[in-house]
Structures are given as structure tokens and as C-alpha cells.
Design a protein around this ligand. Structure first.
Ligand SMILES: [Zn+2]
Length: 170
């Protein structure tokens, strides 16, 4: 499913080894389906983004954005300066690498507006269908022209912040 690269990885200034990457993935609820959002179970910022704090023998490291780690671990690529990791699914706490692409902050803002418009275009009856029907996320995405994150939010509610001190970064 995910290939964790064997060497020590440097991500946003922190080195992550096996212990840290195992700990990272243990906090992501993964499914075998590429359409599903993989929800970050740990701390979240006010914006809803996951925050991961690597633990070392010497103590805890500083907090990193979970979606950026998921992107870099699964692609093996470092992000260029000024680039952010965008959620094609529209769910900030999602760590499914299939839903993550690199882009500019302007593209990220455009994504947000587009996802919001898609969600607002749904009727109440559409929302009830999405909430109650027993079909896959992918089927709903295709049928309603929405994103996996919209399906998730309608079914389970918007994930709230669990840690409010982080500034919105990437
Ligand atoms: Zn997602």
C-alpha cells in the first residue's frame, strides 16, 4: 500500500527513522480503498490539519504537518520552497497519499473555494442520500460530482480542532 523508504528521511527539518514513521502511520486510519479518506487520529490544528510530533530517545521533536509527511513518505520527494501539499479530496485531516498533490498556496486556496462551492451546490435530499445510502465513496463521488472529503464530512461531520496553538502553515 505504502512504501516507507528505508533510510532516515528529512522532512521539514526533522529526521524521521523507522520508529517515527511507524508511529506516524499508526495514527492514520487507513483503508484498502484509494477513494476513502485516511483520517489522521492524532492532534489537529484549528484548520483541521493533522499535526504529528515525532518522539526521539532525547525527547519529542517539534510538530509537523501530517499531510506533508504522508506526501513526502509516499512519494519520496521533498517539497520545493513555497510549495504546499493540496488535498484533492478537500478534507484537511486526510493523509491518503492518493488525495495529496503538491501545489502553490494560490492553488490550495482555489481548491478550498471549489470544494466549498461543490458542497454548497448539494440539495438537502442529496445530503440525506449521501449520509444514509450504503454505497462506496467512489460511487458517490462520481454520481454527485463531489470529492471524497465532502462525502466524509456529510457522513461524519467536520473534524474539529484538538490543538489550537498551531498556526496555519502549508
Ligand atoms: Zn482524502
Amino acid at each position: 500500500m505504502i512504501t516507507v523508504r528505508p533510510n532516515l528521511l528529512r522532512i521539514d527539518g526533522m529526521f524521521l527513522g523507522f520508529g517515527q514513521t511507524d508511529d506516524f502511520w499508526s495514527q492514520v486510519s487507513r483503508t484498502g480503498n484509494a477513494d476513502d479518506c485516511w483520517i489522521w487520529q492524532g492532534e489537529r490544528s484549528r484548520s483541521g490539519h493533522g499535526c504529528f510530533r515525532p518522539q526521539y530517545r532525547t525527547g519529542p521533536g517539534r510538530r509537523l504537518w501530517a499531510h506533508r509527511i504522508a506526501y513526502m513518505l509516499s512519494t519520496g520527494q521533498q517539497l520545493g520552497k513555497g510549495l504546499c501539499v493540496r488535498h484533492t479530496c478537500g478534507l484537511a485531516c486526510c493523509c491518503n497519499p492518493f488525495h495529496l498533490i503538491a501545489g502553490t498556496p494560490a492553488q490550495n486556496r482555489a481548491d478550498y473555494r471549489r470544494h466549498k462551492a461543490l458542497e454548497e451546490a448539494l440539495s438537502e435530499s442529496d445530503r440525506q442520500t449521501i449520509k444514509r445510502c450504503n454505497v462506496s465513496v467512489g460511487t458517490l463521488v462520481r454520481r454527485f460530482g463531489i470529492t471524497p472529503g465532502i462525502v466524509w464530512s456529510i457522513r461524519y461531520g467536520k473534524p474539529g480542532a484538538r490543538h489550537a496553538n498551531l498556526k496555519q502553515a502549508a
